[in-house]
Design a protein around this ligand. Structure first.
Ligand code: 5AD
Ligand code: SF4
Length: 439
């Protein structure tokens, strides 16, 4: 019998959300989450397939779960590696008892039962009926909660596995999202981040039969009492519409932060990536957001060393970083993924060249992050307290621009307090309670 479980999630925020939902599901079936340091009867590895390193981590983690005396917990491989590899995963490692894809995890209890009987179940179906319908109500809720509103992607960027691992784009229905948001707020969430691999493609129909995109949903959720902040991620430049841009200037609860990956600065590379935008159209879009909301913080994702990328083309990536002045950004070395068109392209770039480009890009991004953080010194801003810091009396919260803010306060987790910023580091801010400043 499996009684206790542990879920380890890797990869994107959608995996974090899925991990929380699986924990709620198993809890609902009478299992308990193992405490830190305690052995669990079942370990769920909720994996990521986006780059080779992330995917390989899944297998090294399986290996690490085997103890020296030969015993091990029941192991379920979940997430995107499970989806991509299916039963092949069990051929690679005989310790994997269950393989369950991201669209099938609502069936985890049955799969566990099968595995307890010695079967090695594999479920990578993408059923038409939403897994969400089969899930219990939300229970694991912090002050800042994730809510998946869309899944999958139809964009087919040539480097990316997501359309294969998460399937076609689907939007969750309006009523389900509103109900889940209300239940999150009832249970203490003050901030909700709407999630989708391509969240900007969300569309749906409201109570009045009006069809619309993310803007309509954001405006509805902003009416929920007790909900203070709304965010959404990740967006695609080709799907951003005027309504959503306008909402940033009009809806106070919609935070001034946008994660809008550009990936590269060269139009030739963007075309080879099948991105459906140019460097110029991207910059114009950023300008429109900043016109609606001048303090908008922009974040992004970059890939260096896409097949065929020349030094001059890489310089264009640096130029776009300077033009946007990112508040933060993630950057990665290109990793060829099985089944994607780019993996077949000629002129794959040497690892040493990628290393050098990545380092240059990251130092350029850090310089802009530090500038952005420094621009907040002296400002008083509202912080949502999320967790305790390392030092006694220290708490860590988030600014409207998604910066981590360290502050000494006895304000409990989940409260919002005004903090005067006194210090800026590349990845965080330090501040003091506003009333203490005056004293
Ligand atoms: N290699 C490197 N980075 C990738 N990403 C997606 N696919 C790959 C790949 N094959 C990056 C993109 C994306 C982010 C989630 O991961 O920048 O926006
Ligand atoms: Fe990784 Fe993409 Fe799957 Fe998220 S959706 S876990 S980023 S492969």
């Amino acid at each position: 019998m499996t009684k206790s479980f542990r879920i380890k999630s890797f990869g994107c925020q959608m995996n974090v959300y899925d991990g929380e939902r699986m924990a709620e599901l198993l809890g609902d079936k009478g299992m308990t989450e193992a405490k830190d340091g305690e052995d669990a009867d079942l370990v769920v590895l909720n994996t990521c397939h986006i780059r080779e390193k992330a995917a390989e981590k899944a297998y090294s983690d399986v290996g690490r779960l085997k103890k020296t005396d030969g015993t091990r917990p029941m192991i379920a491989l979940a997430g995107c590696v499970a989806q991509a590899e299916g039963s092949e995963a069990q051929r690679r490692s005989d310790a994997i008892d269950i393989v369950v894809g991201p669209q099938a995890y609502h069936r985890l209890p049955e799969l566990i039962e099968g595995a307890s009987k010695g079967l090695r179940p594999v479920d990578t179906d993408m059923p038409a009926i939403s897994k969400f319908d089969a899930m219990p109500a939300r229970s694991k809720v912090g002050p800042s909660a994730f809510l998946t509103v869309a899944e999958g992607c139809d964009k087919f960027c040539t480097y990316c596995v997501v359309p294969y691992t998460r399937g076609a784009e689907i939007s969750r229905p309006w009523a389900d999202i509103v109900a889940e948001a209300e239940s999150l707020v009832d249970r203490g969430a003050r901030e909700i981040t709407l999630l989708g691999q391509n969240v900007s493609a969300w569309s749906g129909e409201n109570e009045k039969g009006q069809t619309g995109g993310l803007e309509l949903l954001v405006r509805r959720l902003a009416k929920i009492d007790g909900l203070e902040r709304i965010r959404y991620t990740t967006s695609h430049p080709a799907d951003m519409d005027e309504g959503l841009i306008a909402a940033h200037g009009e809806v106070d609860k919609l935070m001034p932060y946008l994660h809008l990956p550009v990936q590269a600065g060269s139009d030739r590379i963007l075309k080879a990536m099948n991105r459906h935008h140019t460097a110029e159209s991207y910059l114009k879009l950023i300008e429109r957001f900043r016109a609606a909301r001048p303090d908008m913080a922009i974040s992004g994702d970059f890939i260096v060393g896409f097949p065929g990328e020349t030094d001059a083309e890489f310089e264009e990536t640096l130029a776009i970083v300077d033009a946007v002045r990112y508040a933060s950004a993630y950057s990665f070395k290109y990793s060829p993924r099985p089944g994607t068109p780019a993996a077949q392209m000629e002129d794959q770039i040497e690892p040493a060249v990628m290393d050098e480009r990545l380092q240059r890009l990251q130092s350029r991004i850090s310089a802009h992050s530090l500038d952005f953080n420094r621009s907040k010194v002296g400002e008083t801003m509202s912080i949502l307290i999320e967790r305790q810091g390392k030092r006694p009396g220290q708490m860590i919260g988030k600014s409207p621009w998604l910066q981590s803010v360290f502050v000494e306060t006895d304000a409990p987790i989940g409260t919002m307090i005004d903090v005067k910023i006194e210090q800026a580091l590349p990845n965080s801010l330090g501040g003091r309670l506003k009333e203490k400043v005056a004293a």
